[in-house]
Design a protein around this ligand. Structure first.
Ligand SMILES: C[S@@+](CC[C@H](N)C(=O)[O-])C[C@H]1O[C@@H](n2cnc3c(N)ncnc32)[C@H](O)[C@@H]1O
Length: 203
């Protein structure tokens, strides 16, 4: 793999006010979802630590590490991280398989005046499943949807930074997908679990 890890060192810094306000609103919406979970159970949905991911994105932007402006979130859920990227001035896209989450994400963004796009589709580029080993129980491979990039005529290689929160056991597969399809110098930011976030650059 041609991925080089970059150390994130400013994760304790205070977040910009607009990001903090966005997170308050987003958490309120998500809390409502969990309260009514039985009405719309989505077993693949679980959210990351938004503060930690926001701090990592702020560091990427403020240190000028991102070689471009296009950001994509793989499996954006309620579009919270996509919204953070939009607020930080990136051209943010969230790709999500679940129509319900796409609709709710779009509503949340527009209600709070956050500029970002949500694409309903598969975040895996065509052919990416070949990179998985047969025995891997990978939830991201369970969606029959077409890759979202094709519909918008924007290949993954157009994006300068990808964010993903993989299910346990999927991180290696997603790194392989990024390594194969992202462009040189693109960044991969991965939330791995409590207090654990990783940043890679493709060389
Ligand atoms: C663990 S949740 C993470 C949600 C959000 N990224 C976050 O960090 O809060 C994974 C999300 O990815 C979506 N997903 C899983 N596989 C996908 C695929 N192949 N294409 C698009 N979305 C997918 C699921 O529906 C779910 O909303």
């Amino acid at each position: 793999m041609a991925l080089r890890e970059i150390e994130l060192t400013n994760l304790q810094d205070e977040l910009p006010t607009q990001v903090s306000h966005w997170l308050v609103a987003a958490r309120r919406r998500i809390e409502r979802y969990w309260d009514q979970f039985s009405e719309k159970p989505l077993p693949q949905y679980i959210e990351c630590d938004f503060d930690l991911v926001a701090a990592a994105l702020v560091e990427c932007v403020s240190r000028d590490w991102i070689d471009g402006r296009l950001f994509v979130e793989w499996g954006c859920g309620f579009a919270v991280v996509t919204g953070i990227a939009g607020i930080l001035g990136l051209d943010a896209v969230g790709v999500e398989a679940e129509e319900f989450l796409c609709a709710e994400g779009r509503k949340l963004l527009s209600r709070h005046g956050v500029d970002a796009e949500i694409w309903n589709g598969n975040f895996l580029p065509a052919g990416a499943s070949r990179l998985a080993e047969d025995t891997d129980p990978l939830v991201s491979l369970t969606h029959e949807l077409e890759p979202a990039y094709d519909r918008y005529d924007m290949p993954l290689a157009d994006f300068a930074i990808v964010f993903a929160y993989p299910w346990p056991g999927e991180e290696h597969f997603l790194r392989l997908v990024f390594d194969r399809y992202a462009r040189r110098d693109a960044l991969l930011l991965m939330y791995r679990g409590p207090y654990q976030i990783e940043l890679y650059r493709k060389r």
